[in-house]
Design a protein around this ligand. Structure first.
Ligand SMILES: Nc1c(/N=C/[C@@H](O)[C@H](O)[C@H](O)COP(=O)(O)O)[nH]c(=O)[nH]c1=O
Length: 363
């Protein structure tokens, strides 16, 4: 690994630490170096706050004159909530800029680099591009489609069951794997289940980590507003709860949720909620990523609609058996194997006694 990659890796690692908290902005890291000495470093911490380059340049102060800056994403050139970083880099007297990847936003791609070059700064791009792009898959997906990035998560036994024939499911995977689920909940803007899961599991869908964590918006696909008022999602206001219903729900059906300010009812344009319409509606409301926790019917609908960008499967070393015991994906299924959804496995990790497999649909 050469010098540029070494410092870019540091910038990427800083950005990785902020994953989930910068939404709807990308996670970005920056390092300022001169004569082999790190003079400043920083990451974008929260939308609306200073960008990574500003933190790193503020830390370097006047020593930034003649230095090199490493940034994981092309510096912004437009006035967003903060002044353009490209101008800030020029003002600081930076001599060389190493950038991992260009901004995916069609409106700004290449403009930041152009500004730096016009100011006489040497610019190097595509250093550790793939790692930097992996950082902001959600951001890229949402900025180009305005549809939330969807992670489908399942937890099952070795023989592929998500519960016993009597519906008992808690718990199949162990403490450590379930804590990992909460880490992933923290990273997503929203968590989504179907109303049948709400009725069966009475889930809380909050992020319960030892050192806290962001509670995602809790979304229930619920065409006929069958979510019971007594369920934790309605009773406890730990996070917003959005019920996505069909457009013919009656005023009376809506009435029962009026006593809960954290509950909102979103209606799609037709009588039955489809995944496509729900995602379009949620994208319009600024949801950039959704963690889908089932159940089997909802998982089937998401997979059949081709709206899943990532599948996370936890496998516990248990055998449950029972031909009627439920499995992760319901629905009609396919007849011929050639119709199967093909994915590629990105990662397999042991977590406690369980396995976590991250896979992505082949495009
Ligand atoms: N049965 C299991 C899961 N089950 C996942 C969903 O069916 C549950 O309703 C949901 O996680 C409950 O959310 P909570 O109330 O916020 O804890 N998920 C897992 O990773 N392992 C399991 O063994």
């Amino acid at each position: 690994m050469n010098q540029d990659e070494r410092y870019m890796r540091t910038a990427i690692e800083m950005a990785q630490a902020t994953e989930g908290q910068t939404s709807p902005n990308p996670a970005v890291g920056a390092v300022v170096v001169k004569d082999g000495e790190v003079l400043g470093m920083g990451a974008h911490l929260k939308a609306g706050h200073a960008h990574a380059e500003v933190h790193a340049l503020n830390m370097a102060g006047s020593h930034a004159e003649g230095a090199t800056i490493y940034v994981t994403l092309e510096p912004c050139s437009h006035h967003g909530k903060t002044p353009p970083c490209a101008d800030r880099i020029v003002e600081a007297g930076i001599k060389r800029a190493v950038i991992a990847t260009l901004d995916p936003n069609p409106q700004v791609a290449g403009r930041g680099v152009e500004k730096l070059k016009q100011a006489g700064i040497e610019v190097v791009t595509n250093v550790l591009k793939e790692q930097a792009d992996d950082l902001n898959e959600v951001f890229y997906h949402y900025i180009s489609t305005k549809i939330p990035y969807v992670t489908l998560k399942n937890a099952m036994s070795l023989d592929g069951k998500i519960a016993t024939v009597t519906g008992e499911s808690q718990w199949i995977t162990g403490e450590k794997a379930r804590a990992d689920v909460h880490q992933d909940r923290h990273k997503h803007d929203a968590i989504l289940v179907g109303v049948n899961t709400v009725i069966k599991d009475q889930p809380r869908l909050t992020t319960r980590l030892p050192d806290g964590g962001k509670n995602p918006v809790r979304i229930v696909l619920d065409t006929h507003l069958r979510t019971p008022v007594e369920t934790p999602l309605i009773q406890n206001p730990d996070a917003p709860t959005w019920l996505v219903a069909g457009n013919n729900v009656s005023e009376e059906q809506r009435e029962k949720y009026k006593a809960f300010p954290h509950v909102d009812i979103l209606t799609v344009a037709s009588s039955h909620v489809t995944v496509e319409e729900a995602l379009h509606l949620l994208g319009e409301k600024g949801i950039t990523s959704i963690y889908v926790e089932g159940g089997a019917t909802v998982n089937d609908a998401f997979l059949r609609s081709g709206s899943v960008q990532q599948v996370i499967t936890y496998i516990a070393p248990k055998m449950i058996g029972g031909q009627d015991a439920p499995t992760p994906v319901g629905g009609q299924g396919i007849k011929a194997l050639k119709e199967a959804l093909n994915l590629h496995i990105k990662e397999v990790v042991h977590i406690g006694n369980d396995l976590k497999i991250v896979s992505k649909p082949n495009r």
